[in-house]
Design a protein around this ligand. Structure first.
Ligand SMILES: Cc1cc2nc3c(=O)[nH]c(=O)nc-3n(C[C@H](O)[C@H](O)[C@H](O)COP(=O)(O)O)c2cc1C
Length: 391
């Protein structure tokens, strides 16, 4: 247990060995699950709890505080924060779980929490701990429909659960505002929050309006200087067109790779910010990070068994669920004799109003005339970027 002030304590636990989150998100250095204890003059509250595998450590820590737990605030019912609520209710029989309406439904469905133990709170509702007041803000969809913020009024502390979180363990208590933390927060945003960008913008504005002295998320470090994470979220959620073009390719014998590298070079010469990633060497997390500001995506694939490499189809599907603000896509590739490179990608790429530019496909290895044609293809992409930026 680490002290934040005389009334507020951090009960986070680092899970450094964890390699994958939600069976989808690769972790660079594990993660932390953060829970907080708020001691009031009359009552005490836990804000979010802990992931079940850490039951012993966590419950010992809570008990060592030597206070009765009157309230268990569940800002979000995902099991990494809520799965020890039943165990806590076994210890603290009179404790009441405070959560949103959707949170109540989720806690009942997922953890069999008895309705009699739950009190649903509404937007702006306050609960007094005696000299300390918890105020709740309904912040649906950052990232489940149940999510809410808890604000400790007298101390000006904002508990945001997953919002502003980071899978980051290299800290003692407070954020060091380092490039490593920025990358962890970026990765977290891309994989967890980006699909809900409009909700993120709305709840970011709320957090800014509250103007807390600290932001206390449920993964990663406590932000003593919330401006750091607010400005990053401002940038990532911005609707501005960055103009960046991301080339995502797979190549068996190097033909498509040559096209990808030539295109990257041509785009750079035309003043376009571009990046090429080999999808066989890029995990979901890295791809998601690159997609945050990708205005255009160029899929690169050779033909394999009549279609694109399956990794490209997966990439298109991933884009559909992560919902980056990508405005256009196209394709480069090399075939042997025939097949359809674009159709399986198209069938899986479901992004509202994304525009398709004519693809560029060659036979076998690139020839001098192919390189010339590729220059024209690069100019068409640059023109589209310029058009989007000036719109
Ligand atoms: C396993 C395998 C399956 C292939 N299937 C097809 C195919 O169905 N249609 C086609 O036109 N070419 C096919 N090809 C040929 C490749 O698309 C072609 O050699 C291409 O130039 C390879 O480009 P790369 O080096 O970027 O992978 C196949 C090649 C391999 C190795």
């Amino acid at each position: 247990m680490k002290k934040i002030n005389d009334s507020v304590f951090f009960l986070g636990i680092a899970d450094r060995e964890r390699k994958l989150f939600d069976q989808l998100v690769p972790l660079r250095e594990g993660t932390t699950y953060n829970s907080y204890l708020v001691k009031g003059g009359e009552k005490n509250a836990l804000i979010d709890t802990m992931y079940a595998p850490f039951a012993k450590e966590y419950l010992d820590d809570v008990k060592s505080a030597g206070v009765k737990i009157d309230y268990i605030v569940s800002n979000h019912a995902e099991q990494d924060h809520s799965s020890l609520i039943p165990a806590l209710l076994e210890i603290y029989h009179d404790a009441v779980v405070l959560c949103s309406l959707k949170g109540a439904e989720n806690l009942k469905n997922m953890l069999n929490v008895d309705s009699s133990k739950i009190r649903v709170v509404s937007d702006n509702e306050e609960v007094s701990l005696g000299g300390k007041t918890l105020r709740f803000y309904m912040t649906a969809f950052v990232h489940w429909p149940d999510t809410m913020f808890t604000y400790l009024v007298e101390d000006n502390l904002l508990f945001t659960c997953d919002f502003f979180g980071a899978h980051y363990t290299s800290f003692d208590l407070y954020a060091d505002n380092s490039p490593a933390l920025e990358l962890a927060a970026k990765s977290y945003y891309a994989e967890i929050m980006m699909p809900f960008a409009s909700f993120c913008r709305k709840h970011l504005a709320l957090a800014r309006k509250i103007n807390p002295a600290m932001v206390l998320p449920s993964h990663g470090a406590v932000y003593k200087d919330p401006k750091f994470i607010f400005e990053l979220y401002e940038k990532w959620t911005s609707t501005e067109v960055s103009g960046k073009v991301l080339i995502c390719y797979v190549s068996m014998y190097g033909n498509t790779k040559i096209l990808a590298e030539r295109l990257l070079n041509s785009l750079s010469k035309l003043g376009i910010s571009a990046k090429a990633v080999d999808l066989m060497e890029t995990d979901e997390g890295e791809l998601a990070e690159e997609l945050i500001d990708a205005t255009g995506v160029v899929f690169g694939s050779s033909c394999i068994l009549s279609g694109p490499h399956p990794r490209l189809v997966y990439c298109a599907y991933l884009m559909s669920i992560l919902k980056p603000k990508t405005k256009f896509y196209t394709l480069i590739g090399s075939i042997g004799w025939g097949g359809n490179l674009i159709a399986p990608i198209e069938a899986n790429l479901k992004l509202p109003s994304i525009e398709k530019l004519d693809p560029f496909v060659i036979k076998g290895c690139p020839k001098p005339q192919d390189f010339e044609a590729l220059e024209a293809f690069a100019r068409a992409i640059a023109d589209k970027v310029a058009e989007l930026k000036s719109a």
